[in-house]
Design a protein around this ligand. Structure first.
Ligand code: ADP
Ligand code: S3P
Ligand code: MG
Length: 171
């Protein structure tokens, strides 16, 4: 795979928890020579706590404020940026990401996502009181679609195959 076109230096990955943003992002970074940023790790380092504990301690609305603050500050130069699934609730953040380069939606079906998330029950999801994963999926899908420059299928195929599909879809 050749080095990334310099006019598309920052590639942001969005999608539901379990879509593979973190897994695919680092593969894409290795293959393109771009840096890699997982914004969840930036949040964890800033707060000195792991994601699930932050979400449990501060609750959903406050977590989204913290996430927005971090994502408005995180450097975006020459990087693949794997975001957290709730990033699409901030229009300001999404405009910032889109200005930096293409935003890629990792689209996956509900059953696959639920299976992946269930395999790690400690994964944090910032959701409203009483909301199921399916409710969150239904609420967010239109937002992922709204902000996506590119949509790739993240259900079928390995994480490597998804990274390849993103690379091929870059303009
Ligand atoms: N294309 C894929 N096929 C199968 N499993 C995958 C794929 N992409 C990611 N996974 C697995 O799904 C889980 C969630 O992946 P992760 O990258 O953490 O997703 P996200 O960052 O979008 O929440 C991990 O266990 C990962 O190994
Ligand atoms: O979608 C969400 O509500 C969240 C997704 C997580 O990241 P991943 O999408 O990488 O799992 C993390 O940001 C946080 O626990 C909240
Ligand atoms: Mg992730």
């Amino acid at each position: 795979m050749p080095p990334i076109d310099r006019s598309h230096r920052t590639i942001s990955l969005i999608g539901m928890p379990g879509a593979g943003k973190s897994t695919v992002g680092v593969i894409l970074a290795k293959r393109t020579g771009l840096a890699f940023t997982d914004t969840d790790l930036a949040i964890q380092v800033r707060e000195g706590e792991i994601l699930q504990d932050i979400v449990d301690r501060v609750g959903n609305p406050r977590f989204r404020e913290i996430e927005e603050t971090v994502l408005l500050e995180v450097p975006l130069d020459d990087a693949v940026v794997s975001t957290g699934g709730s990033v699409i609730y901030s229009d300001a953040v999404m405009q910032r990401l889109r200005t930096a380069g293409p935003v890629v939606f990792l689209e996956a079906d509900l059953a696959t996502l639920e299976e992946r998330v269930a395999a790690n029950p400690l994964r944090g999801i910032a959701r409203g009181e009483g909301q199921s994963y399916a409710d969150v999926y239904a609420e967010r899908c239109p937002l992922y679609q709204r902000y996506a420059d590119i949509t790739v299928d993240a259900t079928a195929g390995s994480a490597d195959a998804v990274a390849d599909a993103i690379f091929r879809a870059l303009p």
